[in-house]
Design a binder for this molecule. Sequence first.
Ligand code: SF4
Length: 92
Amino acid sequence: MNTILISVAVLGGMGILFGLILSFAAIKLKVGEDPRLTALKELMPGANCGACGFPGCNGFAEAFFAGNAPADGCPVGRRRGLGEKLTAVMAG
Ligand code: SF4
């Protein structure tokens, strides 16, 4: 019976210890998103229609940020001058 209790205590302690280590690592090693990408995502229309060929507005913003989509690639935002706004964000 003692063997079982000791095993449960050791495994429980290890679980708590590794949980704390992972929590600490998640906080210390967190990689924040580039503020320009956040700004791009906030400018998107939010229709998530997929007409740009990407999986939603965030997908388009990420592709544009990576240089894999043209600034005027969103037909929904084209008339509102979205392309110019996106380009201005990338220019700083
Ligand atoms: S076309 Fe425009 S509105 Fe539609 S998902 Fe793409 S970025 Fe969003």
